[in-house]
Design a protein around this ligand. Structure first.
Ligand code: COA
Length: 337
């Protein structure tokens, strides 16, 4: 799907004349203003600084800003996925001094009107939340799935040392498609990912509600979504090609605003076998911390019932620090009416 990137305000649906807010499409020049109002968000793990430029170039996405007297006070992005059926709402934020006054609600409603007029074929809006949902949210949204969130931090150099003491080595390999020989978690190449996730039903029972959630973004198993996913720098792993029970996706480490030399590693883990989950977790850590120097925040999303044992493993076997107690990532959706 192509969006008219020349979209300008006169073409947007009439601003809903809410509380003196104006809405504009974000541009490169707005970056500093957006960062200025984003300083404290997501516990310093904001992904927007590293994604902003590419978001502006994505043809299936619009980034909308709310302005008051011309000043940027809110942002939300809408991204059309699932072959045009779903709009993914992401990046929502309001400047600290403007919170609690209904700005997010107005911005969400504006974006919803925008989506209806620009993408009339979109039927559903989806978003991922990690805050406590209230009764009003349960009226508004259907729950698609939930994953536990395990957040740990460590120094890359120390973890590297610990992994080598534990004998975790670089033994992950790309599978040979027709080979029956395999050992440990397998890192997948693109053709194998396509074949396994789209060409078979093998992944459906492993994925929560048959959804690939990658770094907060929920995707149905569709080829247009796979095209989006395969453009990203992600490592994909499974335990077994012919009878998989655990799969995982790991980002390459990226800088986050929490401080200099701080990196973020996002691991989405699917499947219930704790031993296999541990193996893939170690595989990702080994690969992505071996050449890294600095602090790492590693967030793993996993089956809620595995949280406790993986948190224990992280603290007592890997010796890394647990940053937060149990939290949940919740994928929700609502029909566009
Ligand atoms: C969350 C945040 C955007 C709320 O902004 P706000 O202007 O104070 O919120 P409002 O006063 O408009 O009230 C809340 C409205 O936003 C919605 N909302 C609140 N948090 C939301 C979230 N995380 N995702 C989607 N909608 C949310 C509420 O459901 C409500 O909608 P309603 O008007 O239909 O009832 C703001 O506190 C913020 O920027 N926080 C830091 C960034 C953040 O946590 N973003 C959430 C990303 S998941």
């Amino acid at each position: 799907m192509k969006i008219d990137t020349s979209l300008s305000m006169p073409q947007l649906p009439e601003a809903l004349s809410h509380a003196g807010l104006q809405f504009t499409v974000a541009t490169e020049e707005d970056f500093e203003d957006i960062m200025a109002m984003s300083q404290d968000i997501y516990g310093g793990l904001d992904y927007l600084p590293t994604r902003y430029t590419s978001w502006l170039q994505e043809t299936n996405r619009i980034v909308i800003l709310a302005r008051k007297h011309g000043k940027v006070i809110g942002l939300e992005s809408v991204c059309v996925i699932d072959e045009g059926e779903t709009v993914l709402v992401e990046g929502l934020r309001v400047a600290p001094q403007e919170r609690g006054k209904g700005v997010a609600g107005v911005l969400l409603r504006f974006c919803s009107e925008l989506v209806k007029s620009r993408f009339p074929e979109v039927k559903v809006t989806r978003l991922t939340r990690d805050d406590q949902l209230g009764p009003k949210d349960y009226q508004k949204y259907r729950i698609i799935t939930k994953q536990g969130i395990l957040l740990v931090r460590f120094r890359a150099e120390e973890l590297k040392q610990r992994l080598s003491e534990l004998g975790v080595g670089e033994d992950l390999h790309y599978p040979m498609i027709n080979s029956s020989q395999r050992a440990g978690p397998l890192r997948l190449d693109h053709p194998t990912i396509q074949r396994l996730f789209l060409g078979t039903d093998l992944m459906q029972p492993i994925l929560p509600n048959a959804t690939i959630i990658q770094d907060w973004q929920p995707f149905k198993l569709l080829s247009s979504n796979m095209a989006i996913l395969l453009k990203k720098d992600i490592d994909w792993m499974v335990d077994d090609l012919s009878n998989p029970s655990v799969a995982s996706l790991c980002t390459f480490p990226f800088s986050v605003p929490i401080g200099d030399n701080w990196y973020y590693l996002n691991i989405d883990m699917f499947g219930k076998d704790v031993g296999l989950v541990r193996q893939q977790f170690l595989g990702h850590l080994q690969r992505h911390t071996s050449s890294l120097k600095g602090h790492v925040m590693c967030q793993m999303f996993l089956e809620p019932q595995l949280w406790e044992s993986m948190a224990h493993f992280c603290q007592h076997t890997l010796g890394v620090e647990l940053v937060k107690e149990y939290r949940e990532q919740c994928v929700v959706e609502a029909d566009i009416v």
